[in-house]
Design a protein around this ligand. Structure first.
Ligand SMILES: Cc1cc2nc3c(=O)[nH]c(=O)nc-3n(C[C@H](O)[C@H](O)[C@H](O)COP(=O)(O)OP(=O)(O)OC[C@H]3O[C@@H](n4cnc5c(N)ncnc54)[C@H](O)[C@@H]3O)c2cc1C
Length: 378
């Protein structure tokens, strides 16, 4: 029997599986897609994420050829401030299609098993009279149509913001606000890109730009309920063309392939699991892309879930792990997640953006400190 099932081979799932496999646990990762697969993302591993990978002893692969980003250019309608990371620290721009496959392979090299083309449909419950239900594995459908149950002592749901398991266990919900959608893809001929990533914050939307090398720019736009445009590409085109700071720089942009769309984005979650189930990464609550630290938080969440699973396996008691994980997440990630919620609200308020703009004009170092904090730079 498998000790731990990890659902999802994104950053959270692969790191959880890697840590568990290194500790000698029998771990099976289930991934609905075939790797490599594309993922809508700004593709930026912030300095904290780069440090975490180093601490795990992971190097090489796509990290070696990634673009090195030395900081962030942050703009509002009124200000433009370059916040450089501290000396010696960089973010890496790595297309997710390469990064996620590489990280999953690292988990497999550590001893984890990986099955792709397997969609988890929902939990399998174990019920005993007079006791609350315990999750005892998952029901899955393979790409060949076969539907089976997979038992496990523990399951880690790392299946992203629309986690089938978190929803089935009533642990996650879409909040009424904010209702936002993301549009993103790659393009050539974006002028003026430097070694910095860019975050352009406007009332009701924001635009992230990242230089991923070979003259290609990752463009992500996160916007409110009713974006204007006939197609996703048209939405991006209109946002860029209507922006005084970006219009000139993007007038000749040429999209590479059709953009991807995701939404509604926000998913909230108060507790990180229940007996038999632990949540990691976006499955434990979606991290708004504005702060660019979603992958770092996802990987740290994967490590915390693995630690909680190891403790539960050692004690033989699977009932306390979710509570311990919730507490560990609150103490380790709590302030970062609150910062993310605060930034998520900022873009919804023109007045708040103006206040931040006015503050930044008087004290540009404030933006640098925000860039460091968002980037988990020491
Ligand atoms: C527009 C946008 C831009 C972003 N930019 C950045 C950025 O620049 N830097 C950054 O750090 N973060 C960024 N993020 C956030 C980042 O993408 C996420 O926080 C991160 O991907 C979360 O990792 P995860 O492993 O939790 O989930 P995911 O990366 O979503 O991985 C979940 C995995 O589970 C699989 N899965 C889902 N359902 C099932 C199922 N039922 N059965 C089996 N498998 C399943 C999926 O196929 C996927 O492989 C951005 C997000 C968005 C939307």
């Amino acid at each position: 029997m498998i000790d731990v099932l990890v659902v999802g081979a994104g950053p959270a799932g692969s790191v959880a599986a890697l840590v568990l496999a290194r500790a000698g646990v029998r771990v099976l990762m289930l991934e609905r897609d075939t790797l490599p697969r594309p993922k809508l993302c700004g593709d930026t591993l912030n300095p904290g994420a780069v440090g975490l990978l180093g601490n795990l002893g992971l190097s090489g692969g796509p990290l070696d050829i990634a673009e090195r980003m030395t900081g962030m250019l942050v703009t509002t309608p009124d200000i433009a401030v370059r916040g450089a990371y501290p000396e010696g620290q960089v973010a890496l721009a790595v297309p997710r299609v390469h990064f996620d496959q590489w990280l999953a392979q690292a988990a497999v090299a550590a001893g984890a098993h990986l099955e792709c083309g397997v969609r988890v449909l929902g939990p399998v419950w174990r019920t005993e009279p007079g006791r609350p239900g315990v999750m005892a594995g998952v029901a899955v459908r393979r790409d060949n149509g076969q539907t089976i149950r997979m038992p496990a002592m523990l399951t880690i749901a790392a299946d992203g913001r629309r986690s089938a398991l978190a929803r089935a266990a009533n642990l996650s919900r879409h909040p009424a606000r904010p209702r936002r959608w993301a549009f993103g893809g790659y393009a050539t001929d974006v002028d003026g890109m430097s070694s910095m990533g860019e975050m352009h914050v406007r009332p009701g939307h924001y635009v992230g730009l990242a230089p991923i090398g070979a003259g290609i720019t990752n463009i992500c736009i996160v916007t409110g309920r009713k974006p204007v445009g006939r197609t996703p590409e048209d939405v991006i085109r209109r946002v860029l063309a209507s922006d005084p700071r970006l219009r000139e720089r993007t007038h000749a942009w040429r999209p590479i392939g059709p953009p991807h769309v995701l939404g509604p984005l926000a998913v909230d979650c108060d507790v990180a699991g229940m007996p038999g189930l632990l949540l990691a990464g976006d499955a434990a609550g979606f991290v708004d892309p504005m702060t660019g630290d979603g992958m770092h938080i996802a990987m740290r969440g994967g490590m915390l879930a693995a630690a909680a699973a190891l403790e539960a396996l050692a004690s033989g008691d699977m009932t306390l792990a979710a509570g311990k994980l919730t507490a560990a997440r609150a103490s380790t990630l709590g302030s970062k997640l609150r910062f993310n919620r605060w930034m998520r609200r900022l873009v919804g308020s023109r007045a708040a953006i103006n206040v931040v703009g006015a503050g930044a004009r008087m004290a540009p170092s404030m933006v640098t400190r925000l860039v460091w904090y968002a980037g988990d730079a020491a």
